[in-house]
Design a protein around this ligand. Structure first.
Ligand code: CP
Length: 330
């Protein structure tokens, strides 16, 4: 296990210790203050160049990474993949070597192939690589921002700060993750981060949307969805990933919604303090009803907002190669 991502890459949460995760969350908490200033900018990465390479569609992750980099005063090279030489058949290796020749310090990348960021880290070992989602494998910064959001909500209720509480607020917490577990990199990263922080994770899905090796995962599989909802402290919905063929794994969207959707009726089973989450983009009316997504129990916009300080923390730690204790974010 790695105890700090300072000076390293971030391709997966599977190798991060609780200490490394808490370091990112605490660093992100410092950057929340920066984002509330009139001038939302610090010179922490001045002179660094960060490439943003999204081979798959994204709204939240790409924009918040690019915002985070700019707020740290880095220069951002953003490759519009759809109008780049990738479309002429240029390989991943040649693409990354070309961008590296321009002089970059870090690359933030999303790719449909699981393992592509690890491959890139071998092609350009002197460049920091940050995974913004690879196939069904990992979406590390989504996992980190989800944990950051839960800690923020629980800390506010407890009248403390997340930094003061460390990982304490996760001890014994019941997290329920619902939906397309099989195809979801978010589920894989969320499970890593929540279990490492001390929470208990239950998953609920039709059998066809569970991965074949689910028995080896550190989770409980819900046998009664309604009962799992009634005892959950956090409910994380997942998007039904039609682009990864999940439609073929359920008889119909209507049937999925009636058995595993968080409908308004089913949301009545939740306790008032249960936190409802979704990484977005949502299929409203499929995995979550609009009224539930827009209710006060849902923290979906807070998740998006937290994407910026969490990604600032990840960029700072990996690319500055230092921690806020040893450096300065003024
Ligand atoms: N949650 C998430 O990764 O959203 P985007 O695909 O919009 O980046």
């Amino acid at each position: 296990m790695i105890d700090s991502i300072a000076g390293g890459n971030l391709v997966s949460l599977a190798t991060l210790s609780q200490r490394a995760i808490v370091e990112v969350l605490d660093t992100a908490e410092s950057f929340v203050e920066v984002n509330s200033r009139a001038v939302k900018k610090v010179p922490a990465l001045k002179g660094k160049v960060i490439a943003s390479l999204f081979f798959e569609e994204s709204t939240r992750t790409r924009l918040s990474f690019e915002t985070a980099a700019k707020r740290l005063s880095a220069d951002v090279l953003s490759l519009a993949v759809a109008s780049s030489s990738v479309k002429k058949g240029e390989s991943l290796r040649d693409t990354i070597n070309t961008i590296d020749a321009l002089g970059i310090d870090a690359v933030v990348m999303r790719h449909s192939s699981s393992g592509a960021p690890v491959q890139v880290s071998r092609y350009v070992p002197h460049v920091r690589v940050i995974n913004a989602g690879d196939g069904q494998h990992q979406h590390p910064t989504q996992g980190l921002l989800d944990a950051f959001t839960v800690r923020q909500v629980l800390a506010a209720r407890a009248g403390t700060s997340g930094r003061e509480s460390g990982s304490e607020l996760f001890a014994g917490l019941n997290v329920l993750i619902v939906g397309d577990i099989r195809h979801s990199r978010v589920a894989r990263s969320d499970i890593e981060v929540y279990t490492r922080l001390g929470a208990h994770v239950t998953v609920a899905a039709p059998g066809t949307l569970l991965p074949p090796d689910i028995a080896q995962w550190p989770v409980t599989v819900a046998t009664d969805f309604d009962e799992a909802l009634a005892t959950a402290d956090v409910v994380g919905l997942l998007r039904l990933q039609k682009e990864r063929g999940s439609g073929a794994f359920v008889p119909s969207l209507g049937e999925f919604t009636s058995t595993f959707g968080l409908t308004s009726r089913r949301a009545e089973l939740l306790r008032p303090e249960t936190i409802i989450m979704h990484p977005g983009p949502m299929n409203r009316g499929v995995e979550i009803d609009s009224q539930v997504a827009d209710s006060s129990a849902a923290v979906i916009e807070q998740q998006v907002r937290n994407g910026v300080p969490v990604r600032m923390a990840v960029l700072y730690l990996t690319t500055a190669g230092t921690t806020l204790e040893s450096g300065s974010n003024d």
